[in-house]
Write a protein that binds this ligand. Structure first.
Ligand SMILES: CC(C)(COP(=O)(O)OP(=O)(O)OC[C@H]1O[C@@H](n2cnc3c(N)ncnc32)[C@H](O[C@H]2O[C@H](COP(=O)(O)OP(=O)(O)OP(=O)(O)O)[C@@H](O)[C@H]2O)[C@@H]1O)[C@@H](O)C(=O)NCCC(=O)NCCS
Ligand SMILES: Nc1ncnc2[nH]cnc12
Length: 304
């Protein structure tokens, strides 16, 4: 039923919180939930810094909170700006401001560049008053925004992800967004929900969603640090965990430990897949809110 719902587009939702504020809080919460999910292969989690010398989960959470004003600015623009080209330029500037805030807050460590991009586009699209609020529709609108040219963006970023795209002939974060986040809507969310339906714990469901994305994603974090061998090791290792029963089973947990050890030995981590898990957790919150509102409408308790 959730996929048929229209999202409430008023400035004030049922809880009295303006929609852009709610979306900014939801984006920050999704990033914190991702950072704290444990045990993730190669990534920062509650156990430690994974394959990263300069990261830990407290820094990831601090970075996430620092990004709230950037997500709020993007959601507010999505709610009020009707000219899509102008909106694209506006959120591009807000995204670059967010990157500067992140770098200041972390002392120059890249904690969330990919997440600012993905979740920034999604909060903008979710706040747009035209169109439906279910995950697929929000991701498609976000993809349409990502396809628009931002005339103020630097032609070449020189970032490691962009270089990895050129060297290995993959699309990376930019293509994933421009395609409407298929790894989020067609892989992560279905796995999250299927695991929940099977009665698995929320952590196991989220880990399974991460692993499902890892199996297929052209993750430029892995490519930049470890080339094709690292990407293939991560993809095959993720498949082995899921084939063994996933993060909720004893065999799956053993395979997950082996994958973690392999990625740590290679000093690589699936940072792009982690960002897309956070994007899935954000869209999950958005759809749940739509569903709750529909229930309240049916009960006659919320005027829409
Ligand atoms: C279009 C942009 C994404 C620009 O990206 P660019 O091409 O310049 O490359 P990167 O910024 O390097 O890569 C993008 C990040 O996206 C994540 N990612 C990787 N692969 C994918 C994928 N296939 N799909 C989705 N997302 C992907 C990944 O981010 C995570 O990794 C980062 C940590 O990496 P790490 O290697 O540890 O850190 P580094 O410091 O880079 O290296 P070391 O020195 O430590 O080895 C972390 O950020 C995670 O989030 C990629 O890194 C976009 O950013 C852009 O154009 N922005 C401009 C503003 C804008 O237009 N915004 C629009 C509204 S938001
Ligand atoms: N948990 C995490 N560890 C390392 N890099 C990341 N990028 C996004 N989330 C991450």
């Amino acid at each position: 039923m959730g996929t048929q719902l229209l999202f409430i587009r008023d400035d004030e939702s049922d809880t009295g919180v303006a929609l852009p504020d709610w979306l900014a809080d939801a984006a920050v919460a999704a990033l914190i939930d991702e950072a704290m999910l444990t045990p993730k292969p190669g990534l920062v989690d509650l156990r430690g810094n994974g394959a990263h010398d300069d990261l830990n989960w407290l820094l990831m959470c601090h970075s996430a909170r620092t990004l709230r004003p950037a997500f709020l600015a993007m959601a507010q623009a999505g709610q009020h700006m009707r000219d899509h080209q102008a909106l694209r330029r506006h959120i591009g500037a807000a995204g670059r401001d967010g990157e500067r805030l992140m770098m200041q807050a972390t002392g120059g460590v890249n904690t969330h560049r990919g997440a600012i991009w993905a979740l920034g586009l999604l909060v903008t699209a979710a706040a747009q008053p035209q169109g439906a609020g279910h995950a697929q529709a929000v991701a498609q609108r976000a993809g349409a925004l990502a396809q628009l040219h931002d005339s103020h963006a630097p032609a070449v970023t020189g970032n490691k992800g962009a270089l990895a795209c050129l060297r290995h002939g993959v699309g990376g974060a930019r293509s994933q967004a421009q395609a409407g986040f298929p790894q989020v809507t067609q892989v992560a969310l279905p796995m999250l929900r299927a695991s929940r339906r099977r009665g698995e714990s929320e952590d196991a469901a989220r880990l399974n969603a991460l692993l499902a994305v890892m199996m297929q994603l052209d993750d430029t974090c892995l490519l930049a640090r470890g080339g094709r061998p690292a990407l293939e090791a991560a993809q095959q290792g993720a498949r082995r965990v899921l084939d063994a029963g996933g993060a909720g089973s004893a065999d799956g947990q053993a395979a997950l430990r082996a994958l973690d050890e392999d990625l740590l030995a290679r000093r690589v981590s699936p940072g792009g897949a982690a960002d897309l898990l956070a994007a899935a957790l954000l869209l999950d919150q958005i759809e749940n809110k739509g569903i709750n509102m529909e229930v309240e409408r049916e009960n006659g308790t919320t005027a829409v």
